[in-house]
Ligand binder design. Sequence first.
Ligand SMILES: Nc1nc2c(c(=O)[nH]1)N[C@H]1C(S)=C(S)[C@@H](COP(=O)(O)O)O[C@H]1N2
Ligand SMILES: [Mo]
Length: 161
Amino acid sequence: MSLSVLLQVDGDVTGKRAFTWEDLTAIDPQWQIPDVSQLGPTRSGGAVWMRGILEAVKVCPEAKYITLHSKRDDFHASLPIDAILDRGMFIYRQQNQPLAAAAGGPIRFFIRDHTDCHNGEIDECANVKYVDRVEFSKQKGFDNRPLDDDAHEALHQQETP
Ligand SMILES: Nc1nc2c(c(=O)[nH]1)N[C@H]1C(S)=C(S)[C@@H](COP(=O)(O)O)O[C@H]1N2
Ligand SMILES: [Mo]
């Protein structure tokens, strides 16, 4: 197991932190989801609820948005915390291994009961893959999800399997 940082968490938090894979596994069991396929048949692996991360970094009460950043392919989504507090999770493991890139790993954000692509703010497009940084802020942060069908189609064309 490596000690490399997988997830940087910053912004309006009092406990800015960098998480290794081991740090994620050490988050309190009450926030761990051993098998996400129990929540929805389309996903597999183990996750940690977003709330566990919020607690670990002590998010400021003024923070209203969570922005999920993927440097790997420059993809970003910014979402209202309240709307997803009980639905957002970070999928980070396959049994005792880090999540594979083919599954959006090492860390993939996932929202239970999301809507279809561009059907509201909490849509399938917000399930950001390869998340390496999470930022909390008072105002909405950077978001470059595709806005229409053409932009969406172009994005999927450039995605590497
Ligand atoms: N990093 C990253 N995450 C991403 C995307 C992307 O291009 N890059 N596409 C988004 C879009 S538009 C959708 S619909 C879903 C698709 O998830 P899937 O490939 O697991 O079906 O991932 C989202 N997460
Ligand atoms: Mo999408």
